[in-house]
Design a protein around this ligand. Sequence first.
Ligand code: KIV
Length: 255
Amino acid sequence: MTSGTKITSEHIRTLKGRGRLAALTAYDYPMTRLLDETGVPLLLVGDSLGMVVLGYPDTTRVTMDEMVHHVRACARAKPNALLVGDLPYHSYETPEQAVSNAQRLIAAGAEAVKAEGGQEILAQVQAIHGGGIPFVGHLGMLPQHVLEEGGYHIKGRKDEEHARLLADAEALTTAGAFAIVLELVTPPVAAEITNKISIPTIGIGSGPDCDGQILVTHDLVGTFPWFTPRFVKPKLQTAANIKAAVQEWMRDLEK
Ligand code: KIV
């Protein structure tokens, strides 16, 4: 539990090696408030909002304006959790663009930003960090590249992927990231990265040996029943409960 203490990126960094860094996504005011009341220390306004809130087929169409709108809503909940905002696809093509868009998310109420990629975005990461904005990396399967890659593929099986992931994680750490999300990385490679770098890894579908875990909240609580990733066991059947409640209410109207 956060017990009323405001969580900072420095605090998240201290959770390295302790295996209990929980993180969830949030996209609006009520869910941010509810999740914050549980004491979860990190909330990500992820660009997954494109899929689970806005109805896009993937995250590639999410815009900066949409991210800013949802970050603002979440920030109104004034969470104790650290509020991280995602930089959407094509919003960090150059260091200048990355800093300017990261500043927009910060002005909207984010306290840190996340972007997908490793050494290919190092200049952007250095510029964001150099501008005093806390940065979270994202390696492994990069959803913003789903169209080029032709699907959501597990990373780290091939030797060159394994070597690249390690080098990317080390480069992001040196560039100033305070944590790195590892998405769909093979569990042994995720464990190796976790042991090698000095900042927390936050896994999603990457096995149990990361410093923390993150999930899309809709997957955990069952509010997006049309697709659930294989590695998630929903804790609630919210969609079925909503339908049952509405049907009961409609039956009541007929009485
Ligand atoms: O956009 C998102 O929700 C994410 C998480 C899945 C890590 O990047």
